[in-house]
Design a protein around this ligand. Sequence first.
Ligand code: GDP
Length: 246
Amino acid sequence: MNIASAIFDRSAPDLASCPDESLPEFAFIGRSNVGKSSLLNMLAGKGLLARVSPTPGFTRLINMFTINKTWRLVDLPGYGFAHVARKDKVLFNHAVNEYLRNRPNLCVVFLLLDSGLAPQPIDLDFVEWLCRNSVPFVLVFNKTDRKTPEEVQANIAAFKTAISVWFEKLPEIFQCSSKTGLGRSELLGVIDETLKAGPAPEGPTEPVEPLPPEIEPPFSMRILSGNEGKQKNTRDKKRMKSPRPW
Ligand code: GDP
């Protein structure tokens, strides 16, 4: 995919302030310093986003860019606060929570992780939260240039093992580096394929359980047991019922 234009749309403080739902959206999120800004600029090419970015300091807002006039790149504030009780670990901005759970034109979340680190509890908690809320996402192990391929593979393997309990089928995994450009075409390929696939089919008016395969989220996520599974189903119905107007 060639990115011909990247136009800053707005910094939204909440879901209600986001633009209309007419364009498919692809969101990027990760702990601060994971390399999100660098990756976004690597994806957009030639510092395109940096040139059109809002004033620095808007890090707690949802920053939206319209790309090629056909889709939106959504730069979400980071998550995670140290020294909180594990139960409340997935703390992030209320607007992000609302956006991820209720935005019908959100196609894929790219969750950035540091490939140089062993699985971090805060990242694992966030994956669990995404899974529980049926948010479609892929994992992007970033900064691969910083460690040996063996170290990167070991960290990815450990992460997969840690999250496997929550999934029937693991989310897709990508490796990236803004320094080397690794992963750029693959991530843009995800966006391209999703755009070509078009809108998700509308769900039934009165959804039935279990969801038919043709309206499953793009990346199969299933909580295996307990109350979480019930929450997941509820969320699926809501997201899948929403029409996607593009
Ligand atoms: P953000 O806080 O997630 O937006 O992270 P930044 O993009 O500002 O990057 C944080 C730091 O990591 C900066 O010093 C970047 O130069 C560095 N960085 C970002 N991406 C990479 C990468 O792929 N490889 C390496 N070696 N450093 C990176």
